[in-house]
Design a protein around this ligand. Structure first.
Ligand code: UFG
Length: 328
């Protein structure tokens, strides 16, 4: 167990950031959420102070770092929609890359030298082999993914200079909600499969669109590796401890290594909600890979990380508990 620390959580009012704040507080650390509330929610910040601030505002960040003196940063502040990034690449580069540069600058001024960054499986593009390990070539296929690769480059360059150490966590598909029902997914607009399927189960939308049933997969729909948000949060804490112990900078996949098809996810959502989902086949969504499944052996080994909720039904049960509470 390490001594209690203050951790700055950029994006701390978001789906994964809020869960990370809860996990930090649960072990006695003090999370300080920094969020511009463009996508995050004030209600999601329950485990420490909220500083409403855009990471592009370097002067404000410097003041926050000066006031709280965090020992490290979790950086989850980023725009996350692939489709939106194609329509607005400059916005994505400004927020995700320039925002990170601003954050790194403020950290350097404040003497903060450790950072854990939210990256994505999107950095691999359409995989050449599966499961995907970290040495798979990077092949970003949209501006969102390009920003993740660019930030990993910024971090790597800073680490080579000796300015900081970092862990870049490449999430596969985040799923589930806080097991106690205190926070969960609430994007607006929502684009992710599980909350949209639960919306359809609840009657908040008439039908769910299934983007492509002609993929080279057993049932023709895309396969993804769903990882529980509490397990993502746990990996962040372990990454902080790893860096504090002097660990080398690295990039790590976070997934369970099990793939589920869109049709399987829909069936699991129907079972959790106890109602049928009307699903209609639509054309493929541009940019979707047929199959994204992680090899997360490195995170298990280096961080001593074992996902607590690898079971899809359990993940969706937590998502449904949250969905009913928030939207019901
Ligand atoms: N899907 C549907 N209908 C929908 C929504 C999604 O059929 O209404 C399908 C998609 O085509 C895909 C699967 O469900 O095959 C999962 O889609 P999500 O949008 O839930 O998630 P993605 O796999 O597209 O995206 C996630 C993250 C991104 C990240 C990407 C790759 O949300 O941030 O994984 O790592 F870039």
């Amino acid at each position: 167990m390490s001594d209690p620390q203050t951790i700055l959580v950029a994006g701390g009012a978001g789906y994964i950031g809020a869960q990370a704040c809860k996990a930090l507080a649960a072990r006695g650390d003090s999370p300080v959420a920094v969020d511009n509330l463009s996508a995050g929610h004030e209600w999601a910040v329950k485990w420490g102070p909220l500083e409403v601030c855009d990471i592009l505002d370097g002067a404000a960040l410097e003041k926050i770092i000066e006031a709280y003196k965090p020992s490290a940063v979790l950086h989850l502040a980023g725009l996350i929609s692939v489709g939106e990034s194609v329509a607005q690449p400059e916005t994505y580069f400004e927020n995700n890359v320039e925002g990170t540069r601003s954050l790194l600058h403020a950290m350097a001024k404040g003497g903060v030298t450790r950072i854990v960054f939210s990256s994505s499986a999107a950095v691999y593009g359409t995989p050449q082999r599966t499961p995907i390990s970290e040495d798979h070539p990077l092949s970003p296929e949209n501006p969102y993914a390009e920003t993740k690769v660019a930030v990993e480059g910024l971090l790597s360059d800073a680490a080579v200079r000796g300015d900081l150490s970092y862990v870049s966590l490449r999430y596969f598909n985040a799923a589930g909600a806080d097991p106690d029902g205190e926070s969960g997914e609430a994007h607006d607009p929502e684009t992710h499969l599980i909350p949209l399927a639960l919306d359809a189960a609840m009657g908040r939308r008439e039908t769910l669109d299934v983007y492509g049933e002609d993929y080279p997969t057993p049932d023709g729909t895309c396969i993804r590796d769903y990882i529980h948000v509490a397990d993502l949060a746990d990996a962040h804490l372990r990454a902080l401890d790893y860096l504090a112990a002097g660990g080398d900078s690295c990039c790590l996949n976070l997934g369970n290594g099990n793939g589920f098809s869109v049709r399987e996810v829909i069936r699991a959502c129907e079972a959790a909600a106890g109602s049928a989902i009307s699903a209609q086949t639509k054309p493929r969504r541009p940019g979707d890979s047929p199959e994204l499944v992680s090899d997360s052996a490195a995170a298990r080994r280096i961080l001593n990380w074992t996902p607590r909720f690898p079971d899809l039904d359990q993940q969706i049960a937590h998502a449904w508990q949250w969905h009913e509470r928030y939207f019901g």
